[in-house]
Design a binder for this molecule. Structure first.
Ligand SMILES: Cc1cc2nc3c(=O)[nH]c(=O)nc-3n(C[C@H](O)[C@H](O)[C@H](O)COP(=O)(O)OP(=O)(O)OC[C@H]3O[C@@H](n4cnc5c(N)ncnc54)[C@H](O)[C@@H]3O)c2cc1C
Length: 378
């Protein structure tokens, strides 16, 4: 039985995949192109699913807890008061925790190893890394690609390119105190087809951000939004992330010339909110072991269902005008708000039927958007 696994990409998905495989008794080698752990600062908001997923304590990464989401459109607003708070997390702290857990589990981490080649050789995959000391080759029968949105593993194995979007957020020191327990979300089609958010870190600091189809558009739109509120950015955080592409599984390539992808590399992204951390950790948790090495286990089915649902909701939301968002928020009755409060975004499939039953007019709005989405494909 093959007891060795080689994970490419030492970010959240890769570190957690490596940790889990090492805990299952594998000899795990984890490679990253960076020369050491040096993640760019990033304020993340995660659902409580995050802490349920990890099998070790993670309070140390939490910088704030939020209980309320205020949804704002041009002429309506609604507030969801959560049953369990969402967690505001600093990515560096999360990296440090995952790195410590992976190291303690025995993962061998190789910094400064950029994967550049991947070929089949004698029943295994030959990985070619560029390092400061020159090229290094490694043979492996279990390769896991956790190398982000523009995954080299996926590209070298001919996996279909994923749709990419730009996320940018500005760190702001607010001139007047803000409610530290409330996220604000603005729907404004002139700025973005997604939404604008304010995630508080404290009563005086937080991040304001948005997603757009390109980086230039995202930066322009965010700067305009900030100046409309007279908010001065102190720094920016940004990157390209993928959207989930329904129909893409976790395996890239075929037969012996294949690898498993997790995290952004696999498009493990909730397309509604463009949240990828918990989905990536779930992807890593879906890895299991068989006599042939690492395999994708049945947990992938539940994640796939969830990602598929978010991809469809995104397609419907993309057809929305500002008036549709006004209507959507006005239709949120007390029962709908209670349902939204009870089900985290990472467990949204369970909320769909109760939500539809809570407001019969959702069907009409949904059906209209579905027809518009279909028509836009013709
Ligand atoms: C500004 C911003 C805010 C965000 N906010 C949230 C949020 O609030 N909630 C949320 O859930 N998600 C959020 N996201 C998305 C989330 O950050 C990503 O989905 C997540 O970080 C993806 O993690 P990953 O481990 O899959 O990939 P990545 O973090 O992209 O890591 C990939 C790793 O692979 C390495 N690598 C790449 N190529 C190679 C190679 N050829 N060889 C070796 N190593 C390689 C890289 O160095 C890197 O370490 C946000 C994204 C941005 C940009």
């Amino acid at each position: 039985m093959a007891r060795e696994a080689h994970v490419i990409g030492a970010s959240t998905a890769g570190l957690y995949a490596a940790y889990r495989l090492a805990r299952k008794g594998f000899e795990v080698h984890l490679y990253d192109a960076e020369s050491n752990l040096n993640p760019a600062p990033r304020t993340l908001i995660l659902t409580p699913y995050f802490q349920r997923l990890l099998d070790f304590p993670s309070d140390e990464v939490i910088i704030n807890r939020v209980w309320r989401f205020e949804l704002i459109s041009a002429s309506a607003s609604a507030t969801v008061t959560l049953k369990e708070p969402d967690l505001v997390v600093e990515r560096r702290k999360l990296f440090e925790l995952l790195l410590r857990q992976a190291s303690e589990a025995g993962v061998d981490i190789h910094w400064g190893h950029r994967l550049e080649g991947l070929e089949e050789e004698g029943g295994s995959l030959l990985l070619r890394f560029r390092t400061d000391q020159g090229y290094k080759v490694v043979l492996s029968s279990s390769v896991i690609g956790a190398d982000g949105a523009k995954s080299t593993v996926g590209r070298l194995l001919g996996r279909r390119a994923l749709p990419l979007v730009a996320v940018v957020q500005a760190k702001v020191n607010f001139p007047k105190p803000i409610p530290a327990d409330k996220v604000q979300v603005w729907f404004d089609r002139n700025r973005t087809r997604f939404f604008v958010w304010l995630i508080p870190e404290s009563p005086t600091t937080g991040v304001v951000g948005l997603v757009a189809d390109g980086m230039e558009e995202a930066c322009r739109s965010l700067e305009d939004f900030l100046s409309s509120h007279s908010w001065e950015p102190s720094s920016f955080q940004s990157a390209i992330v993928p959207l989930y592409l329904p129909g893409t599984g976790m395996v890239a390539g075929k037969g012996l010339r294949s690898a498993i992808l997790v995290g952004d590399a696999a498009g493990h992204m909730k397309n509604t909110t463009v949240g990828g951390v918990v989905s990536g950790l779930r992807g890593a948790s879906a890895l299991t072991i068989s006599s042939g090495g690492v395999k994708v286990g049945s947990a992938w089915q539940a994640l796939k269902r969830e990602l598929w649902l978010h991809a469809w909701l995104r397609r419907l939301l993309d057809t929305f005008s500002d008036e549709d968002y006004n209507l959507l928020l006005k239709l949120l009755n007390a029962r709908s708000l209670r349902i939204l409060a009870a089900y985290p975004r990472d467990d949204f499939a369970k909320a769909v039927m109760p939500l539809l039953l809570s407001q019969p007019r959702w069907f009409l709005l949904g059906a209209r958007s579905f027809l518009k989405a279909m028509a836009s494909q013709l």
